[in-house]
Write a protein that binds this ligand. Structure first.
Ligand SMILES: CC(C)(COP(=O)(O)OP(=O)(O)OC[C@H]1O[C@@H](n2cnc3c(N)ncnc32)[C@H](O)[C@@H]1OP(=O)(O)O)[C@@H](O)C(=O)NCCC(=O)NCCS
Length: 489
Protein backbone atom coordinates (compact mmCIF):
# COMPACT_ATOMS: atom_id res chain seq x y z
CA UNK A 1 0.00 0.00 0.00
CA UNK A 2 1.40 3.43 -0.94
CA UNK A 3 1.53 6.71 0.92
CA UNK A 4 -2.03 7.83 1.79
CA UNK A 5 -3.41 11.07 0.34
CA UNK A 6 -4.91 13.68 2.66
CA UNK A 7 -8.52 12.85 1.71
CA UNK A 8 -8.17 9.06 1.84
CA UNK A 9 -6.55 9.32 5.26
CA UNK A 10 -9.70 10.81 6.73
CA UNK A 11 -11.53 8.36 8.95
CA UNK A 12 -8.71 5.90 8.69
CA UNK A 13 -5.55 4.99 10.50
CA UNK A 14 -2.15 5.06 8.84
CA UNK A 15 0.29 2.59 10.28
CA UNK A 16 3.94 2.38 9.29
CA UNK A 17 5.82 -0.79 10.10
CA UNK A 18 9.30 0.46 10.96
CA UNK A 19 10.73 -3.01 10.46
CA UNK A 20 9.96 -2.97 6.74
CA UNK A 21 8.94 0.61 5.94
CA UNK A 22 5.55 -0.70 4.77
CA UNK A 23 2.61 1.61 5.38
CA UNK A 24 -0.98 0.47 5.57
CA UNK A 25 -4.18 2.41 5.83
CA UNK A 26 -6.88 0.90 7.95
CA UNK A 27 -10.46 2.14 7.67
CA UNK A 28 -12.04 3.39 10.89
CA UNK A 29 -15.67 2.35 11.24
CA UNK A 30 -17.70 3.42 14.26
CA UNK A 31 -14.42 4.52 15.86
CA UNK A 32 -12.93 1.05 15.61
CA UNK A 33 -10.43 -0.72 13.41
CA UNK A 34 -10.35 -4.40 12.45
CA UNK A 35 -7.50 -6.20 14.23
CA UNK A 36 -7.10 -8.45 11.17
CA UNK A 37 -5.73 -5.47 9.22
CA UNK A 38 -2.46 -5.90 11.08
CA UNK A 39 -2.04 -9.39 9.66
CA UNK A 40 -0.82 -7.82 6.42
CA UNK A 41 2.22 -6.47 8.27
CA UNK A 42 4.73 -9.27 8.00
CA UNK A 43 8.50 -8.97 8.31
CA UNK A 44 11.61 -11.05 7.99
CA UNK A 45 12.43 -12.55 11.39
CA UNK A 46 15.54 -11.17 13.02
CA UNK A 47 18.56 -13.42 13.30
CA UNK A 48 18.04 -15.75 16.31
CA UNK A 49 14.38 -14.66 16.63
CA UNK A 50 12.09 -17.35 17.95
CA UNK A 51 10.27 -19.16 15.15
CA UNK A 52 7.19 -19.21 17.37
CA UNK A 53 6.86 -15.42 16.95
CA UNK A 54 5.57 -16.17 13.43
CA UNK A 55 6.96 -12.80 12.29
CA UNK A 56 6.68 -13.70 8.63
CA UNK A 57 3.01 -14.60 9.05
CA UNK A 58 1.79 -11.13 10.02
CA UNK A 59 1.59 -8.90 13.09
CA UNK A 60 -0.54 -10.12 15.98
CA UNK A 61 -2.63 -7.94 18.28
CA UNK A 62 -2.18 -8.67 21.96
CA UNK A 63 -4.91 -7.71 24.44
CA UNK A 64 -4.78 -9.69 27.66
CA UNK A 65 -8.15 -9.47 29.40
CA UNK A 66 -9.91 -7.76 26.45
CA UNK A 67 -8.97 -4.28 27.68
CA UNK A 68 -9.56 -2.70 24.28
CA UNK A 69 -11.04 -5.35 22.04
CA UNK A 70 -14.58 -5.20 20.67
CA UNK A 71 -15.82 -8.69 19.78
CA UNK A 72 -19.36 -7.86 18.66
CA UNK A 73 -21.43 -5.22 16.95
CA UNK A 74 -24.31 -4.94 19.36
CA UNK A 75 -27.63 -3.09 19.55
CA UNK A 76 -28.53 -4.20 23.06
CA UNK A 77 -26.95 -2.24 25.92
CA UNK A 78 -24.93 0.96 26.05
CA UNK A 79 -22.69 1.98 28.94
CA UNK A 80 -20.84 5.27 29.27
CA UNK A 81 -18.52 4.42 32.12
CA UNK A 82 -17.20 7.99 32.51
CA UNK A 83 -20.64 9.54 32.79
CA UNK A 84 -22.29 6.67 34.70
CA UNK A 85 -24.85 5.99 31.98
CA UNK A 86 -26.56 2.64 31.38
CA UNK A 87 -29.22 2.20 28.70
CA UNK A 88 -31.05 -0.91 27.52
CA UNK A 89 -31.89 -0.52 23.81
CA UNK A 90 -31.65 3.26 24.27
CA UNK A 91 -33.85 3.52 27.38
CA UNK A 92 -32.12 4.89 30.52
CA UNK A 93 -31.96 2.29 33.29
CA UNK A 94 -33.45 4.77 35.78
CA UNK A 95 -36.61 5.13 33.69
CA UNK A 96 -37.00 1.40 33.17
CA UNK A 97 -36.47 0.72 36.88
CA UNK A 98 -39.19 3.23 37.70
CA UNK A 99 -41.74 2.35 35.03
CA UNK A 100 -41.11 -1.10 33.58
CA UNK A 101 -40.99 -4.65 34.94
CA UNK A 102 -38.37 -7.36 34.63
CA UNK A 103 -40.34 -9.36 32.06
CA UNK A 104 -41.24 -6.31 29.97
CA UNK A 105 -37.57 -5.29 30.03
CA UNK A 106 -36.60 -8.84 29.08
CA UNK A 107 -38.73 -8.51 25.94
CA UNK A 108 -37.08 -5.17 25.21
CA UNK A 109 -33.57 -6.55 25.64
CA UNK A 110 -34.16 -9.65 23.54
CA UNK A 111 -36.37 -8.30 20.74
CA UNK A 112 -35.32 -4.65 20.62
CA UNK A 113 -38.49 -2.69 21.38
CA UNK A 114 -41.00 -2.32 24.19
CA UNK A 115 -43.93 -4.69 23.63
CA UNK A 116 -47.50 -3.57 22.97
CA UNK A 117 -50.06 -4.56 25.62
CA UNK A 118 -51.05 -7.70 23.69
CA UNK A 119 -47.43 -8.64 22.87
CA UNK A 120 -46.56 -8.31 26.54
CA UNK A 121 -49.49 -10.48 27.55
CA UNK A 122 -48.44 -13.29 25.18
CA UNK A 123 -44.80 -12.96 26.22
CA UNK A 124 -45.57 -13.13 29.95
CA UNK A 125 -47.94 -16.02 29.39
CA UNK A 126 -45.37 -18.01 27.42
CA UNK A 127 -42.57 -17.40 29.92
CA UNK A 128 -44.69 -18.27 32.94
CA UNK A 129 -46.25 -21.25 31.12
CA UNK A 130 -42.77 -22.70 30.61
CA UNK A 131 -41.85 -22.59 34.31
CA UNK A 132 -42.66 -26.24 35.02
CA UNK A 133 -39.81 -28.77 34.85
CA UNK A 134 -40.00 -32.51 34.27
CA UNK A 135 -40.75 -34.50 37.43
CA UNK A 136 -37.41 -36.33 37.01
CA UNK A 137 -35.65 -33.07 37.88
CA UNK A 138 -36.42 -33.86 41.52
CA UNK A 139 -33.96 -36.76 41.42
CA UNK A 140 -31.35 -34.56 39.81
CA UNK A 141 -31.62 -31.92 42.54
CA UNK A 142 -31.72 -34.55 45.29
CA UNK A 143 -28.43 -35.98 44.05
CA UNK A 144 -26.58 -32.93 45.43
CA UNK A 145 -25.23 -32.91 48.96
CA UNK A 146 -27.14 -30.79 51.50
CA UNK A 147 -24.25 -28.27 51.62
CA UNK A 148 -23.65 -27.96 47.85
CA UNK A 149 -23.16 -24.34 46.75
CA UNK A 150 -26.38 -23.29 45.00
CA UNK A 151 -24.40 -21.89 42.07
CA UNK A 152 -22.86 -25.31 41.51
CA UNK A 153 -26.40 -26.72 41.49
CA UNK A 154 -27.79 -24.00 39.20
CA UNK A 155 -24.91 -24.22 36.73
CA UNK A 156 -25.35 -27.97 36.48
CA UNK A 157 -29.13 -27.59 36.27
CA UNK A 158 -28.98 -25.45 33.12
CA UNK A 159 -26.83 -28.07 31.37
CA UNK A 160 -29.12 -30.81 32.69
CA UNK A 161 -32.16 -28.98 31.35
CA UNK A 162 -30.73 -29.08 27.83
CA UNK A 163 -30.73 -32.87 27.91
CA UNK A 164 -34.54 -32.78 27.63
CA UNK A 165 -34.68 -30.83 24.39
CA UNK A 166 -33.08 -32.74 21.56
CA UNK A 167 -35.04 -30.56 19.11
CA UNK A 168 -32.98 -27.58 20.33
CA UNK A 169 -29.62 -29.24 19.89
CA UNK A 170 -27.72 -28.24 16.73
CA UNK A 171 -25.49 -31.29 17.16
CA UNK A 172 -28.56 -33.43 16.49
CA UNK A 173 -30.66 -31.15 14.27
CA UNK A 174 -28.01 -29.57 12.07
CA UNK A 175 -25.72 -26.69 12.73
CA UNK A 176 -27.90 -24.04 11.08
CA UNK A 177 -30.73 -24.73 13.54
CA UNK A 178 -30.52 -21.29 15.13
CA UNK A 179 -28.73 -19.29 12.45
CA UNK A 180 -31.16 -19.70 9.52
CA UNK A 181 -33.48 -16.88 10.57
CA UNK A 182 -36.44 -18.69 8.94
CA UNK A 183 -39.81 -18.66 10.76
CA UNK A 184 -39.28 -22.28 11.89
CA UNK A 185 -35.79 -21.58 13.12
CA UNK A 186 -36.93 -18.45 14.98
CA UNK A 187 -39.76 -20.40 16.59
CA UNK A 188 -37.35 -23.07 17.86
CA UNK A 189 -35.06 -20.35 19.18
CA UNK A 190 -37.84 -18.41 20.91
CA UNK A 191 -39.23 -21.54 22.51
CA UNK A 192 -35.87 -22.16 24.18
CA UNK A 193 -35.88 -18.53 25.33
CA UNK A 194 -39.32 -18.99 26.96
CA UNK A 195 -38.09 -22.19 28.56
CA UNK A 196 -34.84 -20.79 29.87
CA UNK A 197 -36.35 -17.63 31.36
CA UNK A 198 -39.45 -19.47 32.59
CA UNK A 199 -37.52 -22.29 34.24
CA UNK A 200 -34.64 -20.19 35.62
CA UNK A 201 -36.69 -19.29 38.72
CA UNK A 202 -37.88 -22.88 39.10
CA UNK A 203 -34.34 -24.29 38.97
CA UNK A 204 -33.08 -21.63 41.37
CA UNK A 205 -35.96 -22.26 43.79
CA UNK A 206 -35.32 -26.01 43.62
CA UNK A 207 -31.64 -25.39 44.43
CA UNK A 208 -32.84 -23.36 47.42
CA UNK A 209 -35.34 -25.95 48.63
CA UNK A 210 -33.00 -28.90 48.34
CA UNK A 211 -30.64 -27.21 50.77
CA UNK A 212 -33.45 -26.36 53.16
CA UNK A 213 -34.60 -29.97 53.13
CA UNK A 214 -37.95 -28.99 51.67
CA UNK A 215 -40.14 -30.82 49.19
CA UNK A 216 -40.49 -29.15 45.80
CA UNK A 217 -43.54 -27.19 44.69
CA UNK A 218 -45.15 -26.78 41.28
CA UNK A 219 -44.75 -23.22 39.94
CA UNK A 220 -47.94 -21.32 40.85
CA UNK A 221 -50.27 -19.59 38.41
CA UNK A 222 -51.41 -15.98 38.56
CA UNK A 223 -48.31 -14.53 40.18
CA UNK A 224 -45.66 -12.22 38.72
CA UNK A 225 -42.22 -13.55 37.76
CA UNK A 226 -40.63 -12.63 41.10
CA UNK A 227 -43.85 -13.42 43.00
CA UNK A 228 -43.72 -16.93 41.56
CA UNK A 229 -40.02 -17.21 42.43
CA UNK A 230 -40.63 -16.22 46.06
CA UNK A 231 -43.60 -18.57 46.25
CA UNK A 232 -41.57 -21.47 44.89
CA UNK A 233 -38.92 -20.92 47.53
CA UNK A 234 -41.11 -20.21 50.53
CA UNK A 235 -44.50 -21.90 50.20
CA UNK A 236 -44.99 -24.57 52.85
CA UNK A 237 -48.62 -25.54 52.33
CA UNK A 238 -50.28 -22.44 53.80
CA UNK A 239 -53.71 -21.52 52.41
CA UNK A 240 -53.78 -18.65 49.87
CA UNK A 241 -50.05 -18.02 50.28
CA UNK A 242 -48.92 -14.75 48.68
CA UNK A 243 -45.42 -13.28 48.88
CA UNK A 244 -45.07 -9.80 50.39
CA UNK A 245 -45.73 -7.27 47.58
CA UNK A 246 -42.92 -4.91 48.69
CA UNK A 247 -40.37 -7.72 48.53
CA UNK A 248 -41.85 -8.98 45.26
CA UNK A 249 -41.55 -5.51 43.70
CA UNK A 250 -38.05 -4.90 45.12
CA UNK A 251 -36.85 -8.21 43.69
CA UNK A 252 -38.40 -7.30 40.34
CA UNK A 253 -36.48 -4.00 40.29
CA UNK A 254 -33.27 -5.80 41.23
CA UNK A 255 -33.93 -8.38 38.49
CA UNK A 256 -34.44 -5.61 35.93
CA UNK A 257 -31.20 -3.91 37.00
CA UNK A 258 -29.28 -7.18 36.70
CA UNK A 259 -30.85 -8.24 33.39
CA UNK A 260 -27.96 -7.13 31.20
CA UNK A 261 -24.67 -5.31 31.33
CA UNK A 262 -23.24 -5.65 27.82
CA UNK A 263 -20.17 -7.80 27.34
CA UNK A 264 -19.18 -8.64 30.90
CA UNK A 265 -17.34 -11.89 31.66
CA UNK A 266 -20.42 -14.12 31.73
CA UNK A 267 -22.11 -12.69 28.61
CA UNK A 268 -18.80 -13.05 26.79
CA UNK A 269 -18.57 -16.64 28.02
CA UNK A 270 -22.06 -17.35 26.67
CA UNK A 271 -21.03 -15.96 23.29
CA UNK A 272 -17.68 -17.73 23.30
CA UNK A 273 -19.39 -21.02 24.12
CA UNK A 274 -22.30 -20.34 21.78
CA UNK A 275 -19.90 -19.58 18.93
CA UNK A 276 -19.24 -23.30 18.57
CA UNK A 277 -23.01 -23.51 17.81
CA UNK A 278 -23.63 -25.59 20.90
CA UNK A 279 -27.20 -25.63 22.26
CA UNK A 280 -28.33 -22.61 24.31
CA UNK A 281 -28.63 -24.60 27.56
CA UNK A 282 -24.93 -25.47 27.47
CA UNK A 283 -24.06 -21.86 26.62
CA UNK A 284 -26.15 -20.54 29.53
CA UNK A 285 -24.59 -23.09 31.90
CA UNK A 286 -21.15 -21.80 30.85
CA UNK A 287 -22.27 -18.20 31.49
CA UNK A 288 -23.58 -19.21 34.90
CA UNK A 289 -20.20 -20.74 35.78
CA UNK A 290 -18.44 -17.54 34.76
CA UNK A 291 -20.80 -15.40 36.79
CA UNK A 292 -20.05 -17.44 39.91
CA UNK A 293 -16.53 -15.96 40.32
CA UNK A 294 -15.89 -13.38 43.08
CA UNK A 295 -14.75 -10.76 40.57
CA UNK A 296 -18.16 -10.93 38.88
CA UNK A 297 -21.49 -12.19 40.27
CA UNK A 298 -19.90 -13.50 43.43
CA UNK A 299 -19.09 -9.92 44.52
CA UNK A 300 -22.43 -9.33 46.30
CA UNK A 301 -21.67 -12.31 48.54
CA UNK A 302 -18.08 -11.07 49.03
CA UNK A 303 -19.39 -7.63 50.12
CA UNK A 304 -21.39 -9.12 52.97
CA UNK A 305 -18.53 -11.37 54.07
CA UNK A 306 -16.33 -8.25 54.04
CA UNK A 307 -18.87 -6.24 56.08
CA UNK A 308 -19.20 -9.08 58.60
CA UNK A 309 -15.42 -9.21 58.95
CA UNK A 310 -15.25 -5.43 59.49
CA UNK A 311 -17.90 -5.77 62.16
CA UNK A 312 -18.71 -2.15 63.00
CA UNK A 313 -18.21 1.44 61.72
CA UNK A 314 -15.38 1.86 64.24
CA UNK A 315 -13.27 -0.68 62.35
CA UNK A 316 -13.73 0.97 58.95
CA UNK A 317 -10.60 3.19 59.04
CA UNK A 318 -8.35 0.19 59.79
CA UNK A 319 -10.00 -1.77 56.98
CA UNK A 320 -9.49 1.09 54.50
CA UNK A 321 -5.82 1.20 55.48
CA UNK A 322 -5.41 -2.52 54.84
CA UNK A 323 -7.03 -2.10 51.40
CA UNK A 324 -4.56 0.67 50.60
CA UNK A 325 -1.71 -1.62 51.67
CA UNK A 326 -3.19 -4.17 49.25
CA UNK A 327 -3.80 -6.67 52.00
CA UNK A 328 -7.53 -6.57 51.33
CA UNK A 329 -9.93 -5.70 48.50
CA UNK A 330 -12.89 -3.41 48.95
CA UNK A 331 -15.53 -5.67 47.41
CA UNK A 332 -18.39 -3.86 45.68
CA UNK A 333 -16.12 -1.03 44.59
CA UNK A 334 -14.47 -0.58 41.22
CA UNK A 335 -15.51 -1.60 37.75
CA UNK A 336 -13.80 -2.27 34.46
CA UNK A 337 -16.14 0.12 32.65
CA UNK A 338 -17.52 2.59 35.23
CA UNK A 339 -15.08 5.22 36.35
CA UNK A 340 -17.77 6.86 38.46
CA UNK A 341 -20.64 5.43 40.54
CA UNK A 342 -22.48 2.61 38.82
CA UNK A 343 -25.92 4.15 38.01
CA UNK A 344 -27.60 0.98 39.25
CA UNK A 345 -26.10 1.47 42.71
CA UNK A 346 -28.31 4.55 43.36
CA UNK A 347 -31.47 2.62 42.46
CA UNK A 348 -30.39 -0.33 44.60
CA UNK A 349 -29.70 2.01 47.52
CA UNK A 350 -33.22 3.46 47.19
CA UNK A 351 -34.77 0.01 46.87
CA UNK A 352 -32.90 -1.03 50.03
CA UNK A 353 -34.76 1.63 52.00
CA UNK A 354 -38.13 0.32 50.71
CA UNK A 355 -37.20 -3.19 51.75
CA UNK A 356 -35.86 -2.14 55.17
CA UNK A 357 -39.26 -0.52 55.86
CA UNK A 358 -40.85 -3.97 55.90
CA UNK A 359 -37.94 -6.18 56.99
CA UNK A 360 -36.27 -3.84 59.45
CA UNK A 361 -32.78 -2.42 58.91
CA UNK A 362 -29.88 -4.74 58.36
CA UNK A 363 -27.36 -4.49 61.18
CA UNK A 364 -24.54 -4.21 58.63
CA UNK A 365 -26.05 -1.08 57.05
CA UNK A 366 -24.25 1.32 59.39
CA UNK A 367 -20.90 -0.31 58.61
CA UNK A 368 -21.68 -0.24 54.88
CA UNK A 369 -22.56 3.46 55.02
CA UNK A 370 -19.41 4.30 57.00
CA UNK A 371 -17.31 2.31 54.55
CA UNK A 372 -18.94 4.00 51.57
CA UNK A 373 -18.40 7.44 53.02
CA UNK A 374 -14.77 6.77 53.97
CA UNK A 375 -13.88 5.32 50.56
CA UNK A 376 -15.59 8.07 48.58
CA UNK A 377 -13.45 10.74 50.21
CA UNK A 378 -10.18 8.82 50.35
CA UNK A 379 -7.46 9.83 47.89
CA UNK A 380 -6.57 6.19 47.05
CA UNK A 381 -10.08 5.50 45.73
CA UNK A 382 -10.59 8.94 44.17
CA UNK A 383 -7.32 8.68 42.23
CA UNK A 384 -8.26 5.29 40.83
CA UNK A 385 -11.86 6.32 40.11
CA UNK A 386 -13.18 3.56 42.37
CA UNK A 387 -16.83 3.97 43.27
CA UNK A 388 -19.62 1.59 44.37
CA UNK A 389 -20.88 -0.90 41.84
CA UNK A 390 -24.27 -2.64 41.88
CA UNK A 391 -23.06 -5.30 44.30
CA UNK A 392 -22.17 -2.92 47.09
CA UNK A 393 -25.79 -2.44 48.23
CA UNK A 394 -27.64 -5.39 46.69
CA UNK A 395 -26.23 -7.90 49.18
CA UNK A 396 -27.71 -5.90 52.05
CA UNK A 397 -31.18 -6.18 50.52
CA UNK A 398 -30.82 -9.91 49.96
CA UNK A 399 -29.64 -10.32 53.54
CA UNK A 400 -32.52 -8.27 54.89
CA UNK A 401 -34.86 -10.47 52.85
CA UNK A 402 -33.38 -13.49 54.62
CA UNK A 403 -31.56 -15.15 51.73
CA UNK A 404 -28.50 -17.19 52.68
CA UNK A 405 -25.20 -15.58 51.64
CA UNK A 406 -24.24 -18.18 49.10
CA UNK A 407 -27.61 -17.75 47.37
CA UNK A 408 -26.80 -14.15 46.38
CA UNK A 409 -25.05 -15.03 43.12
CA UNK A 410 -28.12 -17.10 42.18
CA UNK A 411 -30.22 -13.96 42.59
CA UNK A 412 -27.88 -12.34 40.06
CA UNK A 413 -27.75 -15.29 37.65
CA UNK A 414 -31.53 -15.78 37.32
CA UNK A 415 -32.25 -12.31 35.86
CA UNK A 416 -28.99 -12.31 33.87
CA UNK A 417 -30.32 -15.28 31.85
CA UNK A 418 -32.24 -12.58 29.95
CA UNK A 419 -29.11 -10.66 28.95
CA UNK A 420 -27.23 -13.83 28.07
CA UNK A 421 -30.09 -14.88 25.78
CA UNK A 422 -30.35 -11.43 24.20
CA UNK A 423 -26.66 -11.53 23.26
CA UNK A 424 -26.82 -15.15 22.17
CA UNK A 425 -29.86 -14.52 19.94
CA UNK A 426 -28.26 -11.43 18.45
CA UNK A 427 -25.12 -13.43 17.61
CA UNK A 428 -27.09 -16.29 16.05
CA UNK A 429 -28.93 -13.84 13.79
CA UNK A 430 -26.08 -11.46 13.00
CA UNK A 431 -25.41 -10.73 9.32
CA UNK A 432 -22.73 -13.00 7.92
CA UNK A 433 -23.45 -15.86 10.33
CA UNK A 434 -21.53 -17.02 13.37
CA UNK A 435 -17.76 -17.26 13.42
CA UNK A 436 -16.24 -19.51 16.04
CA UNK A 437 -14.40 -17.44 18.66
CA UNK A 438 -10.85 -18.64 18.49
CA UNK A 439 -8.41 -16.08 19.92
CA UNK A 440 -4.69 -16.16 19.23
CA UNK A 441 -1.97 -16.55 21.82
CA UNK A 442 1.57 -15.28 22.03
CA UNK A 443 3.50 -18.51 22.49
CA UNK A 444 6.46 -17.89 24.81
CA UNK A 445 7.12 -21.49 25.82
CA UNK A 446 9.97 -23.81 24.93
CA UNK A 447 10.96 -24.01 21.32
CA UNK A 448 11.24 -27.46 19.70
CA UNK A 449 13.22 -29.91 21.86
CA UNK A 450 14.00 -33.61 21.78
CA UNK A 451 12.48 -36.20 24.11
CA UNK A 452 14.92 -37.24 26.88
CA UNK A 453 14.77 -40.84 28.22
CA UNK A 454 13.81 -40.96 31.90
CA UNK A 455 17.22 -42.16 33.16
CA UNK A 456 19.01 -39.22 31.44
CA UNK A 457 16.81 -36.37 32.77
CA UNK A 458 17.87 -33.62 35.18
CA UNK A 459 14.76 -33.26 37.31
CA UNK A 460 13.02 -29.88 37.53
CA UNK A 461 12.12 -29.29 41.15
CA UNK A 462 10.82 -25.72 41.39
CA UNK A 463 7.41 -25.03 42.92
CA UNK A 464 4.76 -24.26 40.26
CA UNK A 465 6.76 -26.41 37.82
CA UNK A 466 6.10 -29.65 39.67
CA UNK A 467 2.91 -31.09 41.19
CA UNK A 468 2.30 -29.99 44.78
CA UNK A 469 2.59 -32.38 47.69
CA UNK A 470 -0.80 -32.82 49.26
CA UNK A 471 -2.06 -34.25 52.52
CA UNK A 472 -4.24 -37.31 52.45
CA UNK A 473 -7.22 -38.16 54.55
CA UNK A 474 -6.82 -40.87 57.18
CA UNK A 475 -8.68 -43.35 55.03
CA UNK A 476 -6.30 -42.84 52.11
CA UNK A 477 -3.27 -43.12 54.43
CA UNK A 478 -4.51 -46.42 55.80
CA UNK A 479 -5.16 -47.69 52.29
CA UNK A 480 -1.69 -46.66 51.22
CA UNK A 481 -0.21 -48.61 54.13
CA UNK A 482 -2.28 -51.68 53.31
CA UNK A 483 -1.09 -54.47 51.06
CA UNK A 484 -3.25 -55.84 48.31
CA UNK A 485 -2.98 -57.51 44.95
CA UNK A 486 -1.96 -55.03 42.27
CA UNK A 487 -0.61 -52.43 44.79
CA UNK A 488 2.33 -50.70 43.12
CA UNK A 489 3.71 -48.28 45.72
C1 LIG B 1 -14.25 -5.05 39.16
C2 LIG B 1 -12.74 -5.17 39.05
C3 LIG B 1 -12.42 -6.68 38.86
C4 LIG B 1 -12.24 -4.37 37.86
O1 LIG B 1 -10.92 -4.71 37.61
P1 LIG B 1 -9.99 -3.94 36.55
O2 LIG B 1 -10.81 -3.20 35.57
O3 LIG B 1 -9.06 -4.96 36.03
O4 LIG B 1 -9.26 -2.83 37.42
P2 LIG B 1 -7.83 -2.95 38.06
O5 LIG B 1 -7.72 -4.23 38.84
O6 LIG B 1 -6.81 -2.70 37.00
O7 LIG B 1 -7.85 -1.73 39.08
C5 LIG B 1 -7.21 -0.48 38.88
C6 LIG B 1 -6.57 -0.04 40.19
O8 LIG B 1 -7.56 0.07 41.22
C7 LIG B 1 -7.29 -0.86 42.27
N1 LIG B 1 -8.59 -1.48 42.62
C8 LIG B 1 -9.56 -1.84 41.77
N2 LIG B 1 -10.63 -2.31 42.45
C9 LIG B 1 -10.30 -2.23 43.76
C10 LIG B 1 -10.99 -2.56 44.95
N3 LIG B 1 -12.22 -3.04 44.91
N4 LIG B 1 -10.36 -2.35 46.12
C11 LIG B 1 -9.12 -1.83 46.16
N5 LIG B 1 -8.41 -1.49 45.06
C12 LIG B 1 -8.99 -1.70 43.88
C13 LIG B 1 -6.33 -1.89 41.68
O9 LIG B 1 -5.52 -2.46 42.70
C14 LIG B 1 -5.55 -1.03 40.74
O10 LIG B 1 -4.62 -0.27 41.48
P3 LIG B 1 -3.16 0.06 40.86
O11 LIG B 1 -3.42 0.78 39.57
O12 LIG B 1 -2.47 0.87 41.89
O13 LIG B 1 -2.51 -1.30 40.65
C15 LIG B 1 -12.06 -4.65 40.34
O14 LIG B 1 -12.37 -3.28 40.52
C16 LIG B 1 -12.41 -5.45 41.58
O15 LIG B 1 -11.79 -6.46 41.85
N6 LIG B 1 -13.48 -5.00 42.36
C17 LIG B 1 -13.91 -5.74 43.52
C18 LIG B 1 -14.80 -6.88 43.11
C19 LIG B 1 -16.18 -6.39 42.65
O16 LIG B 1 -16.82 -5.61 43.31
N7 LIG B 1 -16.63 -6.94 41.50
C20 LIG B 1 -17.96 -6.66 40.99
C21 LIG B 1 -17.90 -5.97 39.68
S1 LIG B 1 -19.55 -5.56 39.15
Amino acid sequence: MGQPTASSSQNSLTVRDNRTGKTIQIPIEDNSIPATAFKTLSATPEKDERKENETSKGLRVSDKGFLNTAVMRSEITYIDGEAGVLRYRGYPIEELALRSSHLETAYLLIYGSLPSASQLKVWEKEVMHHAVVHADAEQFFRSFRYDAHPMAILTSAFAYLGSYYSEANPSLQGQTLFTKGSPDSLAVMDKQIYRLIGKATTLAAMAYRVRQGRTFVTPPTGLSYTGSFLYQMDYLGQENYKPNPVLEKALDVLFLLHADHELNASATTVLQTGSSLVDPYSAIAAGCASLYGPLHGGANEAVIRMLISIGSPANVPAFIESVKKREKVLSGFGHRVYKTSDPRSFIVRKTADEVFKVTGKDDLLETAMALHEAAMKDEYFIKRSLAPNVDFWSGLIYRAMGFPLDFFPVLFAVPRVVGWLAHWRQMMLQPGGVKIWRPRQIYVGETKRAYVPVEERTPVEEAKKTPSQITHSGITKRTMLATFKGAKL
